[in-house]
Design a protein around this ligand. Structure first.
Ligand SMILES: CC(C)(COP(=O)(O)OP(=O)(O)OC[C@H]1O[C@@H](n2cnc3c(N)ncnc32)[C@H](O)[C@@H]1OP(=O)(O)O)[C@@H](O)C(=O)NCCC(=O)NCCSC(=O)c1cc(O)c2ccccc2c1O
Length: 328
């Protein structure tokens, strides 16, 4: 039977209303904090915006933007940190790792990298932590790369130590860490410091950020331009070439970063873990696939079906997989 266009529009409107009613909570929108902003950006840039009256917002409420209370953290595995500040937010799943060498524009020396590695490892193992912020002390620099005073012909070395390019291990550690790492960038991100923000999952840049030299994530022509000409680029230019996620006024940098963390923390940790591995797998070749396959194994270990294999082995019997469906 033919339907008129009015009937079709009416039916579509009824379907939308039914879905909306189904999703709407009975009461007013939940409030999570003393002050809040929209959880989904309105318009480009992702920098927040006004509240929207859609189903997502009615159910999830606003993302709070009140400041976090930081407490000093320690991995308990070695000497006290000197080159970094390691903190965790009280009552929230956020860790913050700050390179603390502002007098050197937060250049990293091998000691800095060892401490960074310890902190990232602790944040990874802490199941209460869901997002990690990497930043630099002060507003002048995120990180100016390797400490040139400690550069040798074989890499970088602290006095009496062996030279090597030890930042490469940290890059891999961040890349493979199954939790989002957000670079919170004010001031310079140069050389090895630029690569550090590139290997983070997201970058929130202050409007005073300056980027120099790049990894493979911008278009290949732009990457070559950055490497061959060694120019510096402003936050707004970096934004245009997709090098950062959002640019915010310097005074709002931490507030905006925390808001992104809180928004991420509302989502499934397992989904985020697998998504990070899947997004990296394209560029990381076999190492990326190994990580993704490892995540599939982890999911399998957590199933009844996975447990049957282990239980049968421990009980010296054949495993019985007959009750598990062979899904199409
Ligand atoms: C970052 C700057 C553009 C900032 O300029 P600004 O004018 O604001 O500040 P100053 O230049 O006056 O610096 C203040 C103070 O800090 C010292 N300093 C700054 N950066 C470094 C540094 N990287 N190492 C050592 N010291 C630094 C500076 O000397 C001043 O000290 P005073 O005693 O004079 O007060 C500008 O500072 C700048 O251009 N910095 C150098 C940037 C640089 O060359 N970075 C190294 C790039 S290469 C790299 O990082 C790297 C490391 C690796 O481990 C790799 C491993 C494998 C592959 C590649 C690697 C790699 O590329």
């Amino acid at each position: 039977m033919a339907t008129t266009s009015d009937e079709r529009v009416g039916a579509a409107a009824r379907r939308v209303a039914a879905v909306t009613n189904h999703l709407s909570p009975p009461g007013p929108a939940p409030k999570e904090g003393p002050s809040s902003v929209s959880a989904r950006p309105c318009g480009g840039g992702g920098g927040g915006g006004t509240s929207m009256n859609d189903a997502y917002h009615r159910i999830h409420g606003e993302v709070p933007v009140h400041p976090v209370a930081w407490r000093t953290a320690d991995d308990g595995s070695g000497p006290e940190f000197t080159d970094i500040i390691y903190e965790k937010a009280v009552g929230e799943g956020i860790a913050k790792i700050t390179i603390n060498r502002p007098e050197r524009r937060n250049a990293f020396r091998p000691k800095t990298l060892k401490e960074l590695s310890r902190a990232f490892s602790d944040a990874r193992d802490d199941v209460s932590i869901g997002v990690i912020i990497l930043t630099g002390k002060g507003t002048k620099a995120f990180c100016s790369g390797g400490d040139q005073a400690l550069r040798t012909k074989d890499g970088y070395a602290d006095p009496n130590d062996v030279s090597r390019l030890n930042v490469l291990d940290l890059q891999v550690q961040i890349r493979r860490l199954p939790k989002p790492v957000i670079a919170m960038v004010a001031g310079y991100a140069i050389g090895g410091g630029h690569i550090l923000h590139m290997v983070c999952d997201l970058t929130i840049a202050a409007d005073n950020a300056i980027f120099g030299q790049t990894g493979p994530k911008v278009g290949p022509k732009k990457a070559r331009e950055m490497w061959f000409l060694a120019r510096f680029y402003t936050a707004s230019e970096a934004d245009k070439m997709g090098l950062v996620n959002v640019v915010v006024p310097l005074e709002n940098l931490e507030q905006e970063t925390i808001k992104w963390c809180r928004e991420i923390l509302r989502n499934s940790p397992t989904a985020i873990r697998v998504l990070k591995a899947a997004l990296n797998a394209v560029d990381d070749g076999h190492a990326g696939l190994q990580e993704l396959a490892g995540d599939a194994t982890l999911l399998f270990y957590r199933t009844e079906e996975g447990n049957e294999g282990k239980t049968a082995y421990m009980q010296r019997r054949r495993p019985d997989f007959s009750k598990f469906p062979r899904l199409p």
